[in-house]
Design a protein around this ligand. Sequence first.
Ligand code: CUA
Length: 335
Amino acid sequence: MIHSLAFLQATTSPLAEHRVADMFKPLATPAHTVFDLSLLVMGITGLIFLVVGGLITYAIIRFRHKEGGDPDEPPQIYGSNQIEVAWTVIPILIVFALIGVTARVVAGVQDQAQPPGTIHATVIGHQWWWEFRYPDYGIVTANELHVPITTGPGEHPTFLKLESRDVIHSFWVPQLAGKTDVIPNRENTMWLDPREPGVYFGNCAEYCGTQHANMLLRVVAQTPSDFANWVAQEKQRAAVPTDPKLKLAQRTFDRLSCIACHAVRGTPAFGVVGPDLTHLMSRQTIGAGVMDNTPANLRAWIDNPQAIKPGCQMPSMKLSDQQLDQVVAYLETLK
Ligand code: CUA
């Protein structure tokens, strides 16, 4: 047993977790371009601050009122045409230069040529969780977006379409890209190309209701072969339990109203209101990041989601202890 555990640790390399969503440590091209632009803007505006602040300080000190000095106002003269033209034209040029580079960065982080091997995913914001669809693979999952890393320039980037089912949300994973609003009846686009494997943390960045702060998201960036394995796993329908106890557990689940909101591909459950549960056990958290995905947490969540995430769309179904055990046992089979 100990031996097999050691073996497991040796073969599964846990992904580095980029928990601190630090936008000053960009690890993908869009985040880099946004970061570079912010440095340029900070540089230019910092320089303006120094020049203007310096001139004001100089004028305050040089021309301050002196004891015994002339009590009258200084001579009132007409200004200088050259200086006035300069301080009108230079700021206008600076503003247009900033508009130009900003527009270029905005266009660059929204769209890019989609080379062969581009991964397509659709992000759908819900109160208060994220739905991720991969139309090319027929995969639907929630709250954890899997993407391959980019090992060379322009290599399999992930292209995202962003939609909302209800209100305006904002998709933000600071180390990978800037914020993009997720707006009802509108389709926004952006793309990602993480350079390092790891789990990148992000969150909703537009106030969208009571549980806005608990609308967390993770981007799991994997090597191309790990990503391919994940896709192959997620494409499969839910495994049908063979154990009689688990069969009974599945029947209990299918008879409850869980299936009105949740889908488990390959079973009678095909609700679309809540997260797809086909491979629930492949996810690290439940409730869009509010708690780790453990059997005890899952049981507490199903028992009363409102105690954990007040205001969320999932009601307490007032299940008996036996029903809870069965539902949890069944969900645990959804690897
Ligand atoms: Cu969704 Cu804030």
